[in-house]
Design a protein. Structure first.
Ligand code: HEC
Length: 272
């Protein structure tokens, strides 16, 4: 008798706990509009995003709080995002006061704890940024003084006056290196988008959230995307509009841009 009532009460407690967790409002997929390419300390920046409850329903009645933390320096701040634009869309106005690596997340109280990891943002110091901004790498002319210095140095070397080392030192700090465009690492960008666009909330990938996100939609688990089983062409169509490939799919159309789709494909196809 004792045994029965005890296991019964355990069952009731378990049941209640499950109901309580479920009632916390469930979960949401956050899709960042665009990852800021270059962030400078002290400059105003807007981060826009869309909230889909359970990955499906656009919710416009929320107060998302964007929290930033630079753990190395024990600095932190938060900004409440404002409703702006289309359904389910919010914008947070931000200003980083110091340079460094900032971790962040978007919390929505109504949904309990949000666990979507956002890619770390790298903020550069104001001074370094002004230089680059004033003269974009591609258009920056080689300063005449530098050209003259190099010509003079080569001249001197040819005449046997100096060895090669001082020349390379003269050339190092100047814009020759900066004039070369930095190739964007597509797979790295795709990895950041995997988090920022919300894929990470429904899919696991060993390089991001090993085995952590498995949901059952319509009786089947969401595929783990670590090992790519798809052609680039298929991924293109799928990510552009999943329902065009499978009309009843539970995967939402996240309105990805072509460049984002390409980066995501590079990430999914990279060997991990
Ligand atoms: C709300 C949850 C959710 C989000 C967010 C989501 N997916 Fe999916 N995804 C699914 C589900 C569910 C399926 C299985 C679909 C089916 O078979 O109908 C799926 C299937 C896939 C497939 C396999 C398609 C196939 O034909 O088997 C790929 C690839 C994929 N998702 C990539 C992504 C990427 C990349 C992102 C982010 C840009 C993403 N998903 C975001 C739920 C989601």
């Amino acid at each position: 008798m004792y045994k029965i009532s005890r296991s019964f009460s355990v069952a009731v407690v378990l049941l209640l706990t499950t109901v309580l967790i479920a009632n916390a409002g469930g979960w949401a997929v956050i899709t960042i509009d665009e990852l800021p390419a270059q962030i400078t300390a002290g400059q105003a920046l807007s981060i826009g995003f869309t909230v889909r409850q359970h990955g499906q329903t656009l919710r416009s009645d929320l107060k998302p709080i964007v929290r930033f933390e630079r753990s190395a320096a024990q600095e932190a701040f938060e900004v409440t995002a404002q409703r702006q634009g289309g359904e389910g869309h919010y914008v947070a106005e931000i200003k980083f006061l110091s340079a460094g690596q900032w971790e962040w997340q978007v919390d929505i109280e109504q949904f309990g704890m949000i666990t979507q990891p956002m890619p770390t943002l790298s903020v550069q110091a104001a001074q370094a940024a002004t230089l680059t901004k004033a003269m974009p790498a591609q258009t920056r002319p080689l300063p005449l003084a530098l050209i003259l210095a190099v010509v003079r140095a080569i001249d001197q070397m040819l005449m046997g006056k100096v060895d090669a080392a001082p020349i390379s030192q003269q050339m190092k700090p100047v814009s020759l290196a900066a004039a070369q465009p930095t190739p964007v690492d597509q797979a790295a960008l795709g990895k950041a988008l995997f988090s920022a666009k919300g894929c990470v909330m429904c899919h696991s990938h060993d390089a991001v959230n090993k085995g952590q996100s498995v949901f059952w939609f319509d009786g089947a688990p969401t595929p783990d995307l670590t090992v790519n089983k798809y052609t680039a062409e298929y991924l293109h169509s799928w990510l552009k509009d999943p329902a065009s490939m499978k009309p009843n799919t539970s995967m939402p159309n996240l309105n990805l841009k072509l460049t984002e789709i390409e980066a995501l494909i590079a990430f999914l196809q990279a060997a991990h």
